[in-house]
Design a binder for this molecule. Structure first.
Ligand code: SAM
Ligand code: SF4
Length: 328
């Protein structure tokens, strides 16, 4: 049995939000006072997350990204990682993190079956970083960056391109890939911030970001990427690392989407832009068997919307929820 939608796309990648809590307050993700976090009992337990992942892995999901909220804020997250790494149907366990709490765990992460860490770092300047994240943790995050770079973990840097805040640093980030074996990934800003679309001086979409980089580096070459890659990837010739651009908002990557999401409260999402299809947690807590869960997943994935625009149109309200509740 394999999860396939009606357009023939095979679903093999789960993004699981392990919490809705976060230690930072990134201005493109949530308001300064944070979001209304749910009661602890509404969060999936690790046991439930483990079971959901196991059932999905029996349906062909072989890659999991753990995200949030900030995954390392949740107590015992390292133990959860340890238990997940025993699932031999998973080829990849990846983590997206803001990096403020993980420097002490890096050796252990290397020993576990963790494939890649995506570290969110939107500025290389301490003051600007504090303005964007509303917390003064740049030095700790940069220390994590350096430790990760020296580790054997694959490292990707997530940079949300924010008009009026960090577009002057796009080229600095590309330059960072000169001597470091990293992938810098520029992400289009989306209105998942707890309020909705913000007014921007300029819309920094995929093409604008690429043209801006090509103005300085006309020789950039496109790299081949896996079919379901979320980013289109490039390298400045002879640079050790590379960079990619994720058209998260212009949504030109939907044709090859292989992803589903489960939020921290167990809401199953076929698409980042849909409003949630059903709550897996409630089914589990009502006693669903593994086979019933499988049937539900198969049936739901079949109706995965063709693309993010169709998903958004069918939800009946504007996207405005925080990325922290969805799991970015
Ligand atoms: N706390 C972790 C972190 O920041 O890496 C994981 C969760 S965060 C929601 C996952 C990713 O989503 C981060 O790279 C973050 O920058 C990105 N993100 C959050 N809100 C976004 C938005 N409105 N538009 C684009 N990307 C966003
Ligand atoms: Fe927290 Fe990540 Fe959202 Fe920043 S982007 S507020 S670190 S969940």
């Amino acid at each position: 049995m394999q999860l396939t939608d009606k357009f023939g796309r095979k679903i093999s990648y789960l993004r699981l939000a392990v919490t809705d809590r976060c230690n930072l307050r990134c201005q493109y993700c949530m308001p300064a006072h944070g979001i209304d976090i749910v009661q602890r009992k509404e969060l999936l337990t690790y046991k439930e997350m483990y079971r959901i992942t196991r059932v999905l892995s029996e349906l062909g999901v072989n890659k999991v990204r753990l995200t949030g909220g900030e995954p390392f804020v949740r107590k015992d997250f390292m133990n959860f990682l340890k238990s997940l790494s025993f699932n031999n149907k998973l080829d990849q366990i990846n983590i997206t993190t803001n990096g403020a709490l993980i420097s002490k765990h890096i050796n252990e992460l290397e020993e576990l079956k963790i494939n890649a860490i995506n570290l969110s770092i939107d500025s290389l300047q301490k003051e600007k970083f504090a303005k964007i994240t509303r917390r003064d943790v740049f030095l700790e995050v940069y220390k994590t960056f350096e430790l990760l770079e020296q580790s054997n973990l694959n490292l990707k840097l997530n940079v949300v391109v924010q008009s009026g805040f960090n577009t002057d640093e796009i080229l600095d980030f590309v330059e960072l890939s000169k001597n470091k074996d990293i992938s810098v990934r520029f992400i289009e800003e989306m209105p998942f911030n707890g309020k909705g679309q913000r007014v921007m001086e300029d819309e920094w979409n995929f093409n604008k970001i690429l043209n801006h980089i090509k103005n300085k580096y006309p020789e950039v070459e496109q790299l081949s990427s896996s079919k379901s890659s979320t980013s289109v990837n490039y390298r400045v010739p002879n640079y050790k690392g590379n960079f990619g651009i994720i058209p998260a908002f212009t949504r030109t990557i939907c044709n090859d989407c292989n992803r589903i999401r489960i939020t921290a409260t167990g809401m199953f999402k076929n698409c980042l832009f849909d409003g949630g299809v059903f709550n897996v947690r409630d089914f589990i807590r009502n006693g669903a068997s593994d086979n019933e869960l499988k049937e539900l997943f198969i049936k739901t994935v079949h109706h995965k919307p063709e693309n993010g625009f169709i998903a958004e149109a069918s939800r009946g309200n504007n996207v405005s929820e925080s990325m922290s509740t969805i799991g970015g």
